[in-house]
Design a binder for this molecule. Structure first.
Ligand SMILES: Cc1cc2nc3c(=O)[nH]c(=O)nc-3n(C[C@H](O)[C@H](O)[C@H](O)COP(=O)(O)O)c2cc1C
Length: 160
């Protein structure tokens, strides 16, 4: 069955996931790999990747997801905050609301993705507080992600 891998990635984290998917799936069935584009609509199955912006998918991914009809869709994404699976679940729930009723979600996967240094600089400039400490700790935890385990879990999620 034909598939496309479509992803939106501003700083490269979600692109790493997209590349891992490309490595895991049969190359001869791939009709499109790249940024959101109508070319992807030739595929029966769409692996759709996003980065998290204000608690949901970024605008480019959202626009693409809203354009899908009658497809099987696997959602994947990265977010700066991690730790609690319920956080990822909340994001995925909001993203799923963008999909038309005739779209079938065949699976989903999210992991943490590192954020740019100016974000840490902003936290550092905040007044000392438990909130500041937890933001700094989260930032530092995110630095190594997506890591090899994140990519292996994604591959396992699509090949099971
Ligand atoms: C403008 C902006 C808004 C963001 N908003 C969120 C957010 O609401 N929640 C979150 O967990 N991460 C947020 N992030 C972090 C990114 O989602 C995260 O670093 C992601 O891995 C970036 O993916 P990319 O490298 O594929 O662009 C935000 C990043 C930017 C630049």
């Amino acid at each position: 069955m034909s598939y496309a891998i479509v992803y939106s990635s501003r700083t490269g984290n979600t692109q790493l996931l997209a590349q891992a998917l490309r490595d895991a799936l049969p190359a001869d069935e791939c009709v499109y790999f790249g940024a959101p584009s109508a070319q992807a609509l030739q595929a029966d199955t769409v692996y759709a990747g996003f980065w998290t912006d204000k608690g949901t998918c970024d605008e480019a991914a959202g626009e693409f997801l809203r354009s899908l009809h009658g497809k099987r869709v696997f959602l994947f994404g990265t977010a700066g905050f991690g730790g609690a699976p319920s956080y990822f679940e909340g994001i995925l729930e909001r993203v799923r609301t963008l999909l038309a009723k005739d779209v079938t979600v065949i699976g989903s996967y999210m992991c943490q993705g590192k954020m740019p240094q100016p974000v840490r600089d902003r936290y550092e400039a905040m007044e000392e507080s438990p909130h500041r400490t937890s933001m700094l700790e989260n930032f530092d935890r995110a630095l190594s992600h997506p890591d090899a385990d994140d990519l292996a879990r994604l591959k396992a999620a699509v090949t099971k």
